[in-house]
Design a protein around this ligand. Structure first.
Ligand SMILES: *Cc1c(COP(=O)(O)O)cnc(C)c1O
Length: 360
């Protein structure tokens, strides 16, 4: 009999979104925080051209992509690593710096992959309480143990959508010992009001990593490209754990052009923020509570798990897919990614009809 390692057998399968709707029905997916519009045309053209060379391995050092990121963000290319999504980088960081006899710390409603990554490497995991769905730096500091080696914080956070000021992260860092690696996951960084605020300077301190992705604001979720700014010594260890040819040539080409087309990304972000503010206002008008999201999604509270699941089922029956949050200990909530203006109108209308019905 084939026997898996015990810690793998005990790890639950990663909870992916259920994207099924009735056969033939057009789906409006609000389940995966994808962009409401496709990537920059320049990115798509570069990706198509790169496919012509698919008999060759991609650049294992992501030279052009790193140069583009370095240019736009004012980071030295040597500090950058690229991953098959930032998910690859998160798991590699856990492999390198967490593990048996070590602990990972994150926040109460943290991104699920942080805990999964801790499990993959047989690390302990702690979660610090949040203050009304917002990361609480004092609670995090109080939860640091002698064997805590990695702290993962997404800012803005998923699934709460909330944001803490960079000053709070600087204070968190200032109070961590220098053998604790602080990983700041800015997957939604482009959507914050403060997205210009630089935090990359913290990387020079030796124990901070800042992660970003092309999956959200750049509309390249399907290309699987994430990146991070790493202190050199940390970079060297994480690099050993990445698949040597992890990002396809087409994806590198697309991401490079997408990074260089900042104005296209800004339009995506502006449209998203505009629709988000309208949607949040509409939700509150309907009497639904929602956090002050600084991302491309809203976390909607329905008071009870039963009502959240009724709404989820009724919306899905009409082709609209929202994400149940039971896996995040938020069973009374649904997470809904912003979609384009026409579809948002359909969603808001259907949601208004449903919430007015006493049966829902
Ligand atoms: C979407 C997301 C990511 C990005 O994942 P990719 O692998 O880059 O697609 C990372 N962190 C958080 C918190 C996310 O929500």
């Amino acid at each position: 009999m084939i026997v898996p390692n015990a810690h793998v057998a005990e790890t639950p399968a990663y909870a992916l979104a259920d994207l099924s709707v009735t056969d033939g029905m057009r789906a409006i997916s609000m389940a995966q925080n994808e962009s409401l519009r496709p990537p920059s045309p320049a990115a798509l053209a570069a990706s198509r051209a790169a496919v012509e060379h698919d008999h060759l391995y991609p650049d294992p050092d992501w030279v052009e992509l790193r140069a583009a990121i370095a240019d736009v963000h004012g980071i030295a290319p040597g500090n950058l690593l690229c991953g098959a999504g930032s998910m690859e980088l998160i798991v590699a960081v856990a492999h390198a710096f967490a593990g048996p006899g070590r602990r990972v710390l994150s926040s109460q409603y943290a991104y699920a992959l942080f805990q999964s990554a801790a499990r993959f490497v047989q690390s302990g995991y702690d979660a610090a309480k949040e203050d009304d769905f917002v990361v609480d730096v004092d609670a995090l500091l109080a939860a640091v143990r002698a064997d805590t080696r990695v702290v993962f914080i997404a800012n803005p956070a998923n699934p709460t959508g909330t944001h803490i000021p960079n000053e709070a992260l600087r204070r968190l860092h200032a109070n961590l010992a220098d053998d604790v690696l602080l990983v700041i996951d800015e997957a939604y960084g482009e959507f914050t009001d403060a997205h210009q605020e630089p935090l990359f300077d913290l990387v020079d301190r030796g124990n901070v990593v800042v992660l970003r992705t092309f999956s959200k604001a750049y509309g390249l979720a399907g290309a699987r490209v994430g990146w991070g700014a790493f202190p050199i010594a940390v970079r060297d260890e994480v690099r050993k754990l990445l698949n040597p040819n992890n990002v396809s040539a087409a994806s590198q080409a697309a991401a490079t052009k997408a990074m260089l087309d900042q104005s296209y990304m800004r339009v995506t972000v502006d449209q998203t923020i505009d629709l988000r503010d309208t949607f949040i206002g509409d939700l509150r008008t309907l009497g639904l509570q929602t956090t002050d999201s600084q991302t491309n999604f809203a976390l909607i509270q329905f008071g009870s798990e039963a009502r959240a699941l009724r709404v989820e089922a009724a919306m899905r029956a009409q082709g609209i897919i929202m994400r149940p949050m039971g896996g995040y200990d938020l069973p009374w909530c649904l997470r809904a990614t912003l979609v384009d203006r026409a579809d948002m109108q359909i969603v808001t209308t259907r949601l208004a009809e449903l919430t007015r019905r006493s049966s829902c």
